[in-house]
Ligand binder design. Structure first.
Ligand code: TXA
Ligand code: MG
Length: 342
């Protein structure tokens, strides 16, 4: 494979944000083919993509995000057929895939022997997380490249996921080769992650497809259980995550001195409102964007109105809890000590 010089480009701080035209998508596919890193829009959040089989590119991706490399990446493919080349999709997985792909659902399944995805991308696990994104730019990139792309959310590890190209540029412009601008992400929250590699279907991360919809298709989901078990099954699920720089106060019914209020529904005194109509889909699409907008030096804390845990409200509350959590493990999670030096 012809190698791109990712290190040189990153060191020079050179990165274009370009509208996602067909020409730009072709350029992006060639960069990835040559070992580069490209940020691209999906329906959930922007992803930071590299070639899934290129060890060196995968290492540079972990380094760019400051992501610990024990935290495996999601493999993006263009179709169910492409997914079946990488993982064993048993009956429940096929039911979910047929109903939800392309879409915000990630399935963890057993890796097939001969699967070409870099072992570095999956922390050496015998499973692989795979999804087909529902975004014309992401799909065009995948079909143009003709190979799977590994892509975490295009933010520094542990911080709020990006839902616009400008968010990506804010933190990663020095370390990516190209940012494809496809506008704001429709869903605004990451995909739902379901582990179907064993006898029980386990919800590892609530996200863009509601738990209710999944349970209608394949029956009740198990939860990952204890914190240790959850971290073991899905290493990215440590508590603090998606976090802005200011503390968050959840289920707030008032605004205290120095705080700004992120409202939901018709609440007085909100600086920004996730959804005046109390619509959880609208709130999900606004969540990360508004958390970023309120993450200002003059603010001591962000108070957030209660959001009901119905539909996408479950995933919203999951992200809010993780953003509000304050624990020692968060230090380890975002530590660049765990990332190989390139
Ligand atoms: O919507 C999304 O899923 C976005 C877009 C870009 O596709 N991607 C995303 O990736 O959110 P990331 O890396 O931020 O989160 C992936 C999650 C992590 O919690 C990781 O631990 C988990 O998926 N994961 C990946 N591979 C896994 C595996 N084999 N077993 C269990 N969990 C896995
Ligand atoms: Mg992420």
């Amino acid at each position: 494979m012809l190698r791109g010089n990712v290190g040189r480009i990153a060191a020079a701080g050179h990165c274009d944000v370009v509208p996602a035209t067909p020409e730009a998508v072709l350029k992006a596919a060639l960069l990835i083919r040559n070992g580069g890193l490209v940020a691209f829009p999906t329906e959930t959040v922007y992803g930071l993509g590299s070639h899934a089989s290129d060890d060196e590119a995968v290492l540079s991706l972990f380094a760019a995000k400051g992501r610990p490399y024990w935290n495996p990446l999601i493999v993006h493919v263009d179709s169910i057929v492409s997914a079946t080349a990488l993982v064993d999709l048993e009956e429940r997985s096929l039911v979910l895939a047929r109903e939800n792909w392309p879409g915000p659902l990630t399935i963890v399944a057993r890796r097939r022997s001969g699967c070409s995805v870099s072992r570095l991308a999956t922390a050496g696990l015998e499973t692989l997380a795979v999804r087909v994104p529902d975004h014309p730019v992401a799909l065009a990139l995948l079909t143009t490249l003709g190979s799977p792309i590994v892509a975490p959310s295009a933010n520094l590890s542990g911080l709020t996921s990006p839902t616009t190209a400008a968010h990506v540029a804010d933190s990663l412009s020095k370390v990516v080769d190209l940012i494809l601008d496809g506008g704001s992400c429709r869903v605004g929250l990451e995909s739902t992650v379901i582990d179907l590699s064993g006898p029980h279907a386990i919800l590892l991360r609530p996200g863009g497809v509601t738990t209710e919809k999944i349970e209608k298709l394949i029956g009740p989901l198990a939860l990952a259980g204890s914190r240790t078990e959850s971290a073991y099954r899905s290493p990215g699920m440590l508590t603090r995550h998606y976090a802005p720089g200011r503390p968050l106060r959840l289920n707030a019914h008032d605004v205290r001195p120095g705080e700004v209020l992120l409202g939901f529904g018709r609440v007085p005194g909100a600086t920004l409102n996730l959804s005046q109509q109390a619509d959880v889909e609208e709130a999900a699409a606004n969540l990360f964007h508004m958390l970023r907008a309120l993450d200002r030096p003059d603010v001591t804390a962000i108070a957030v109105s209660p959001v009901p845990s119905l539909g996408l409200g479950g995933a919203i509350n999951d992200r809010l809890r993780r953003a509000a959590a304050d624990n020692a493990e968060s230090v380890g999670y975002s530590s660049t000590r765990l990332v190989p030096r390139l």
